[in-house]
Write a protein that binds this ligand. Sequence first.
Ligand SMILES: Cc1cc2nc3c(=O)[nH]c(=O)nc-3n(C[C@H](O)[C@H](O)[C@H](O)COP(=O)(O)OP(=O)(O)OC[C@H]3O[C@@H](n4cnc5c(N)ncnc54)[C@H](O)[C@@H]3O)c2cc1C
Ligand code: FES
Ligand code: FES
Length: 489
Amino acid sequence: MENRQTIITTINDQRYEIEGEKAFMSLGTFLRQEVNLTGTKIVCAEGDCGACTVLLASEIGDDGKLIFKSVNSCILPLYLIDGAQVITVEGIRISDTELHPVQQSMVDCQGAQCGYCTPGFICAMAGMAEKYKNENKEITEKKAKNFLTGNLCRCTGYKPILEAAINLDLSKIQSLKDRYHNPAWLLEMKKIKSMPVNMKFSQQKIKRNIFLPVSVEQAVKAKAEDADLRLIGGSTDIGVVVNKGRLNTPKTMALYHIDELRIISHDQQHIRVGATATLSEFEDYIEGFIPEMKKILHIFASPQIKNQATLVGNVVNGSPIADTIPYLMVSDSRVLLQSVNGVREVLMSEFYLGYKNLNMATNEIVVSVKIPRLQNQEHLRLYKVSMRKDLDISAVTFAGIIELDQKNKIKKAHFCLGGVAATVIRLKDIELKMIGADFSKLTFEDIAKTLPQYISPLSDLRASKEYRMKVAQNFFLKFHNEISKGVVS
Ligand SMILES: Cc1cc2nc3c(=O)[nH]c(=O)nc-3n(C[C@H](O)[C@H](O)[C@H](O)COP(=O)(O)OP(=O)(O)OC[C@H]3O[C@@H](n4cnc5c(N)ncnc54)[C@H](O)[C@@H]3O)c2cc1C
Ligand code: FES
Ligand code: FES
């Protein structure tokens, strides 16, 4: 099959072809330095402040129109927007003389002081308006607050900004998918996604490669031929370390043109999440299935991050404080690894061999995660403690599943803790000890008391070892208290 040598994208209504090393540039830098769209600001360059927010559509919805979602352009390399359309704050404005209702609302509510954060807030709000308009839903204060979690205002003008969001009249807003509907571009997008990109070039004597395969076969063949090819999901972990200069990724492969890997599906036994399915898509999908996980995803990062980040990226990044791993581990989920030799399934509890040391060969890629569905008689609880509720990384995490027999004795117990060791850990010794025990406060107090025999957390910037131990002990008491009182999650 013929390969493409350029990244093709549309920004507002302008089509661009990007060649060579420029494709490694972040979208934010490209907007400001290459195409003079300086409305987009870059402040933290870590995905934390939202100043660089733009809208990105890489998928076409069931109605044949683009699905625009907010993302952070500072950590998004250009090679991840091949065949996608970007709308910047300049593209949100209706015309040179007419503001978009979101912009007008910010003016009316006096939502800008120094104004530096304003373009990011405008794009985040436009993303919110796009979603709720298309879903025919109202904007509430709660929804607005949630949508603006990823935007910081250093002048602390939050009250008027929130008012600007709540005051929006969706009936007066034309959706971006209609405003920017361009059948010729949609047709080209489909064509773009059917032809692999394979850009190879040298930069300062370093061999560089961007590979965007269109089938799993192409992907595993490429990984077998070059073990250095680095997989990139949404780049929300990688993009931050690259920006900090702590990582160079000269050879990259991203799988987002492989349609089958974007799919989330379920049957009676399992939920399957493809490698490129985003956390926002996962969060929407599990509504009604796994309320506990939905609760955790609600406080996971910001909409901008979740619109780009993948579940698989969180799993492979393997952080001891990753928020999805405790649930996946406690539920006996499996990672599906594929190579030219076929597919291998690995239990989550056997996937982490040490800090950032995975049970994954250099010729393997993760194609999906398989999650067993919770049975009616099983009780699940997931807890996260962080310094701040929203947009903060965990200090300690907990996952517990318990099943009781008719006599209120423990029939099944699965427990995980994160933030207390080099990886998220399954507490198998504690689980074994609990089988047959009474489901009583005493049993859980005993576990909490003896916990120091099983874990030895460390102190770091986020929390001291004593604090982590206390939180972990309290999680067990909270777990018993909630389940025994039938607290609904
Ligand atoms: C501001 C901010 C807030 C955050 N908040 C949270 C939070 O609250 N909780 C939390 O847990 N995390 C958080 N994160 C971390 C990050 O967003 C998640 O870990 C995310 O799920 C990573 O997914 P990704 O697709 O962006 O991964 P990437 O950055 O693309 O990749 C991560 C790792 O996975 C590997 N990889 C990706 N896909 C594959 C594949 N198919 N096969 C093999 N390897 C693969 C990559 O090589 C890399 O090692 C935050 C990050 C930022 C920037
Ligand atoms: S510049 Fe702060 S999130 Fe991008
Ligand atoms: S208005 Fe100054 S940073 Fe928000």
